[in-house]
Structure formats: C-alpha cells, structure tokens
Design a protein around this ligand. Sequence first.
Ligand code: 3NM
Ligand code: MG
Length: 544
Amino acid sequence: PITRDQKISYRLYLVTDSSMLPVGHSFVEQVEEALKGGVTIVQLREKNLETGEFIKRASALKKLCEQYNVPLIINDRIDVALAADADGVHVGQDDMPIDLARKLLGPKKILGWSVSKVEEIEKISTEFKGCLDYVGIGPCFPTNTKKNMKKKPMGARGVSKILTALEDYNLPEIRTVAIGGLHPDNLERVILQSSSLNGKRKVDGISVVSEIMASISPFKATENLLPYVSNFSSRNYEFATGVSATFDFNTFHEDLQSIFTNVSATTPLVQHMTNKVHQNFGANVTLAIGGSPIMSEIESEANELASIPNSSLLINTGSVAPLETLIATISAYNSHKRPIVFDPVGYSATSTRIYLNNQCLSRGQYACIKGNAGEMLSLAGFASNMKGVDSGDVSKISLNELIGATKKVAFLFRTVAVCTGKTDIIADGVGEGLPSPSELNFSQETVPVYLVENEDLPIWGCITASGCSLGSVITTLLGSNDKNSNRPIISLVLAAVTLYKEAGLLASKDCKGSASFNVGLIDNLYQLVKHNEPKVWETQVKRQ
Ligand code: 3NM
Ligand code: MG
C-alpha cells in the first residue's frame, strides 16, 4: 500500500462520479483510461451506493490503481477505506472531525480535507496539528457536479487566500489541490493567479470530476490536462495573449514607431463592452488610431469575434451587459488567447459593482487592468469604499502609495496594471525578468514599474470618457499584437499610454474649451499615428 510518508503526487487528482458517465461507458473503464492518461491520484466518491456495493467498488478500484502505482482515496467513509485497504480518506467540513478521522484511520493512511476558509487552515495548525496530508481548496468556479453546493465559488483569489494562510500558519507539509469547475480553458491562469501572496506557494495540483468522468474520451481528456500541471515553467504567460516575448526597456523607444505601423497593418477588431457615455467616443478613438471598433454585447457572437485574428476585448464595467454575457465573452477571448483589457469602473462604489467586478476578476485573465487612483487603491485592498465613479478624493495619497497599489494589483491579478492620473503608473506583473509560476521568488516587490509624467492638465477632467478611451487605445494596440509581431504586453501598454497622453497634451494647447479639447484629442491621435514620429514627442516613459 501507498502510505503518507511516501512522496505522493497531487498534480492531477481525479475525483470520480459514476452518475455522469457518457452512455455506454463503464465506470471502471473510465477510471482506467484516466489512469492510462496520467492521473496521479484517484478519489472514489459515491453518494448513493449501499455499503456492500461501495466496498466492492473500492476493492476493484484499489486493484486497478495499484497496477498504476496511484493512490486510491475514499470519500468520507473510513470504514469503506479500511475494508478495501485503500490508501486514504477525504473528508468534507460536514463529515467526521479530522482528529477523530486520523485516530480511526491509523498513522499511515493519507487524509485529506475540503477547505474554503482561513479559519479552517488555522485549525490545521492547532487542534488538528499533524493529522492531515492535503487539503482540497474549492469550489474555485461554479460547478454542476456537486449538488446542493452551499459554498460560493472563490475564484483564483480565494485559492490564493488559502495558500497564503498555509504560509502564515507555517504549514509547509500540507499539500494542496484546487477543485471546482476546473477545465483546460481556465487552468493556466488559476494555477498562476492562485499562488500565495509571498509567491512561495502554488497549488500542488488540480482536481477534476466532470472534465474526465463525463468525457467521451477520458484518456484524451486526461492527457490534455497534464501539460497544464506539469510544465509550469515552459508555458509562461502565453495564455493571456498567445505571446511570450520578454521586454527590453532599452530598445522600447526605438520600437514605438513600428508598434504604431503594425496597428494600421493589422487593423485590430476591438470589441467594446462599455458604458453608453464611452461607446461613441471610444469607437472614434479606436478608428483614429487605425483599429476597427465593434460595440457588441451579444453573447452568442463572442466566440466568433474572439476567433478573428487580431481581435481584442475591452471590458468596462460601467457597462450594462448582464454578468453572464460578460463572463461568456471573457471566457471566449481567454480560450482564444486574445487579450482583454479590464476597466473596473467605480470598482467598489456600490455592492452591486463590487460583486460584478469581482466576478469578472475571478473568472478571467486580463492582459491589462486599468483604473484611476481610487479604483486602483480599492483593487489593491487599500481603500474599502469609493463614492461615485470618479477618482474621489485621492489628493492626500502620495505617489509612492499609488505605486504600491498598482504593483499589488499587477501582482495579484498577474497583469499589467495601469493607474491613471497626473502621473500614469504602469506596473508589469507578467513580464520582464519575472519567474514562471513554478519558481518560488515572485513577489510584489519585484514587479517593475514605469511612469509617464504629465503636465497637470485639468481639462482631462472636463470631458467624459477620457479615462475609458485610454482603455480603447490600449486594447487596440494589444489587438495588433500576435505571434508575428510577438511583443510583450507591457511594451504595447506603454506605447498606448504615451500616445494618448501626447495627444491630450497637444489638444490642450490649442483648444478653446472642453468641447474642442474632445475633438482635438481625436484629431491629434489621428495625426500622431499618421505622422508616426514618436522621437519628437514630449511624452516620455521612465523606468522607476
Ligand atoms: N468538491 P467539477 S467542488 C467534489 O469545493 C467537489 O469541495 C468541491 O467537479 C469542493 O470538476 C467538487 O466537475 C466538484 O467541476 C468538482
Ligand atoms: Mg463528504
């Protein structure tokens, strides 16, 4: 038998469910295909079997798993596990207390526990000290598999909280798997985004039910999952954009011209899901710089749009699209590895907005998250409340505090974070010199920061959608990127900020007021891209 003192691989943890097999598939064959495909640990989870049948099934699976040298864990039933001499037991929060389970199970068998709260991790370090081998953290996403699910999906951020708690309570011996609604289209970012705040811990594996048990090809389904949990290091951040280039600040300024040329060459299709005030202006801004805007909020066409070469998506949560439509569109762009820019308008202004924004944040991976000072501070957890959707009274906040918040957002959401203001702050949470998720020294402190300092131009605040339209420019430039141009996200975001600020500066110089500033902004974007001589621009990016 496999015992808890051996090195157990939790990389790909199959939890069975005999109720979802495709027609004509047998339970044992389904599990055997998964074993052939490479699952590293199996849990027999049966909710409706009589004890006798349960033991029979456990004994049959035990024999099978043994042939593949894979541990067999029994859900909930210690008696069944002992009767079938399985390798361990998994218990939920409503099942037997952990210390009692350990006592009954003896010192050698593997014991796992479902957790979703920091308090539960604290217990592992106190009353349950030494009892447990691993925790299943979930549900990460909504799932139809578990009936009567009482817990709310926690998203990658929730998993990160649990991993952070394991660090805080000094429990390096506890192994971890994430569970709930995990599928190939969300695995990469979940693994990446869920690492602990100090960057030292990522999940040891992921656990799935339906992805394998409901598959008509369980072998292929398993094989398909393995790369996500095996080679963290070689995959890097491609999932956000399909591009894995590294950034060289020294050559950035020379590259600017060709960045803008490439926009005209590719005419990116820029889907906007944005608020009404921004729709018209954002479309004109996109056109002025060579993009092709589409203001669609139709769920059924998201996948088609996302599959068009050089498409990109701007989500501005001042939008009125229903959450399901937002999530479906986000998923479509993520699975096509096309970039999404997220603008969490008025992030925490009302509880409705917090919910909407948090749902979007936990359900997608964003190439860039852009916000004003108030939004950035809230996203970073530095300010709990914002009034209205403008940047509020942030005048008392120092530049350094804002830089800290922007770094934290870049790090938390593994994105390029842009905080707009008199000085624009751009923090690169995905790029230059940052280690892959498998390496253990990725922390907020190592996030590179760039600043674009501007003249104080109060006129920016006199027109609507000026911040939103920076989102349009960033999204257009990101859309121009593909495997051919192969640029890191950060270089395109920096180019977008530079262009937009330069246009604003020029427009402010010869406008008569806010209306002509509005028009002048579009004119200058158009002219700047047309003449494309970034060398003579006043606006410059500095590395902090
Ligand atoms: N436990 P699927 S979620 C069995 O959160 C189970 O503890 C969960 O199924 C938890 O991979 C879950 O099909 C079901 O979404 C996961
Ligand atoms: Mg249970």
